[in-house]
Design a protein around this ligand. Structure first.
Ligand code: BGC
Ligand code: CA
Length: 352
């Protein structure tokens, strides 16, 4: 009898333990569900602007968690400029049941593959910075894009140059021929921002009644070192004839400034340099007087919109409530011109 009792007791204990363990597993599952998992696929992590956008995303997560009262996990995958790696990374996010996926396409023309997969899995998708073509955006209404208006960036950049020319023509017009001789550093040719920024910066200068002459242009693929190489070449070819360096972004402007410095042509001695992005390095060069201006490409604002849409979708809410700037499937975060007059304001904004 005693034996029997103890057997029953141990069976009970085993059952209780099993129930407890099952309970724990249940709790764990529930906890997982009460958090949000967001996958972020970036085209290349060594891009200065994209890495600052990622830093802003990570910062914004803390606020989001407080606001929602739940865990928000953001997992960033770097495609290192390979579209096939990026497709694999997105597949991985899908198979792991992420709640939303944010994609900075390597090749923006092949977004359909990703939209199709996300649609099938029912996982909302937020593209950013590298804009898919309209047909691909139209495949599924839970596809969004967060970026900027490249025309606006180009116009503002051109305006900085036009204003500088008007207020210091005698300094900028080195050869005194009344024409603005410039070189143009372009971003990746496949990127929607490159051609448009180039076109509208020059158009704006012309619209201000300034006569321009293009000495040279070339692509530095958004990156510092190819821009440095190009600038060295142009300095060798045109030397002090170069009056303005227009760059599609700040990183390439940094490469140009490095080349100018090496040739004793930076700051007041050489051409004025203007960029786009308002990276930390860019803002610092404005403070030092080595860059005439830049156009703020608001990484923080874009990160907040991306995260806002992703979390709202994950929660099954209307993203327009969370991100009022969302028009249809698009958010275009505004730019702002930055010169020595207002640069501190932007340094403060970035550090906030
Ligand atoms: C930025 C560049 C960046 C590129 C990456 C552009 O909008 O201005 O700095 O390299 O996006 O896609
Ligand atoms: Ca001139």
């Amino acid at each position: 009898m005693k034996k029997m009792k103890s057997r029953i007791a141990s069976i009970c204990l085993a059952l209780c333990l099993a129930a407890l363990m099952a309970g724990c597993a249940g709790v764990e599952k529930k906890e997982e569900k009460t958090g949000i998992k967001i996958g972020v696929a970036i085209y290349r992590g060594d891009d200065a602007f994209i890495s600052s956008l990622c830093a802003s995303l990570e910062n914004a997560v803390k606020d989001k968690e407080e606001k929602l009262g739940k865990k928000v996990v953001v997992n960033i995958a770097d495609a290192k400029n390979s579209q096939s790696s990026q497709n694999d990374q997105v597949d991985d996010f899908i198979s792991k049941g992420y709640d939303a996926i944010c994609v900075n396409m390597v090749d923006r023309t092949v977004a359909a593959v990703i939209v199709d997969k996300a649609k099938e899995a029912g996982i909302p998708i937020i593209f950013f910075n590298r804009e898919p073509v309209e047909e691909d955006m139209a495949i599924w209404d839970q596809t969004y894009y967060v970026g900027t208006d490249a025309r606006e960036a180009g116009k503002l950049e051109g305006q900085i140059v036009a204003d500088a020319w008007k207020s210091q023509e005698s300094r900028i017009d080195k050869n005194g021929d009344g024409k603005l001789q410039y070189v143009m550093l372009e971003g990746e040719q496949v990127h929607q921002d490159s051609l448009i920024r180039t076109e509208y910066s020059v158009k704006t200068i012309l619209n201000e009644g300034i006569v321009t002459e293009k000495l040279a242009s070339g692509t530095g693929n958004w990156m510092r070192s190819p821009a440095y190489e190009l600038m060295q070449e142009w300095i060798g070819q045109y030397g002090s004839e170069i009056e303005v360096v227009l760059s599609n972004n700040d990183e390439m402007a940094m490469g140009a400034i490095e080349a100018l410095e090496e040739n004793g042509m930076s700051g007041g001695n050489g051409p004025i340099v203007v960029g786009i992005d308002g990276t930390e390095d860019g803002l610092e060069k404005i403070i030092k007087g080595e860059m005439a201006g830049t156009v703020m490409n608001d990484a923080r604002g874009q990160a907040e919109s991306i995260l806002g849409i992703a979390c709202a979708c994950a929660e099954g809410e209307d993203p327009k409530q969370e991100v009022p700037e969302l028009k249809g499937q698009y958010v275009r975060v505004p730019h702002a011109p930055v010169t020595a007059d207002n640069v501190q304001e932007f340094i403060d904004y970035k550090n906030k």
